[in-house]
Design a protein. Structure first.
Length: 243
């Protein structure tokens, strides 16, 4: 079996090469998976593209490809472009900012390999960092999103906005994802719940960063995410049949 690793990247020159080293080093032999690495440069304007090209040139034996977008479209759109090229039976989303550690993959993927789960989300402990106010505001927004989902979908999440979402590739394609920005996270979760699939959450390590470090999410993304939760509950859902 193969794992397709979808890596959306936008202006991550300081971290992308180190992240790719961690991706290559992640040991998946215990779960019997090979790797396909799909990097989508979402219109970066810094040295990100150069860093990625240099890394791939230095590692010619990797099953890896770089998709370069001429303009920035958003994380959701970049993931969709990667998904179109995925050849693995399973896929996982990986950010390029070093907040998440690929060493956690093996634990997350085990329930998918054994067939015990339909989808697995990696749950962060959300520790407070030096920017206490910004971190608390993020936690408040996430708590509101969890409350919305619990009321509208009857499912209790501990971290619906996590980057680490792993599931069978064909299932992810069947969801017909179309959200372009960070509301993509809510779309994916809500469409899985609408179709009656179970989502398993497992703990992961997490090193938060902030706006000053290059974090991309903004306050407007909270409102678009809330709308996505509402929209997929009342205007775009197929019922509970798995399809």
């Amino acid at each position: 079996m193969k794992l397709s690793i979808c890596i959306p990247v936008y202006n991550e020159a300081p971290t992308v090469a180190r992240l790719l080293k961690k991706v290559v080093a992640a040991d998946l032999r215990g779960v019997g998976l090979d790797k396909q690495i799909i990097i989508v440069d979402d219109g970066s304007t810094d040295a990100t593209t150069t860093q990625i090209r240099q890394f791939l040139t230095a590692h010619p034996d990797l099953d890896a490809q770089l998709i370069e977008l001429a303009a920035n479209h958003g994380k959701g759109y970049a993931v969709q472009q990667a998904l179109a090229q995925a050849t693995g039976e399973l896929c996982i989303i990986q950010d390029a900012d070093l907040e998440y550690d690929p060493a956690d993959w093996a634990v997350l993927l085990q329930p998918l390999v054994t067939g015990e789960a339909n989808a697995v989300f990696g749950s962060r402990g959300l520790p407070l960092g030096s920017d206490q106010k910004q971190r608390r505001l993020y936690q408040i927004g996430l708590t509101i999103a969890h409350l919305f989902i619990r009321v509208l979908y009857g499912h209790r999440f501990t971290d619906v906005a996590t980057c680490y979402k792993a599931l069978p590739t064909e299932l992810m394609r069947r969801l017909e994802l179309d959200r372009r920005r960070f509301d993509f996270d809510m779309e994916l979760a809500c469409k899985l719940l609408n179709r009656g699939f179970t989502i398993t959450e497992l703990p992961i390590s997490y090193r938060p960063r902030y706006k000053a470090d290059g974090k991309k999410i903004r306050y407007r993304d909270f409102f678009s995410s809330m709308w996505a939760i509402f929209y997929y509950r009342f205007f775009n859902q197929p019922g509970n049949a798995r399809r």
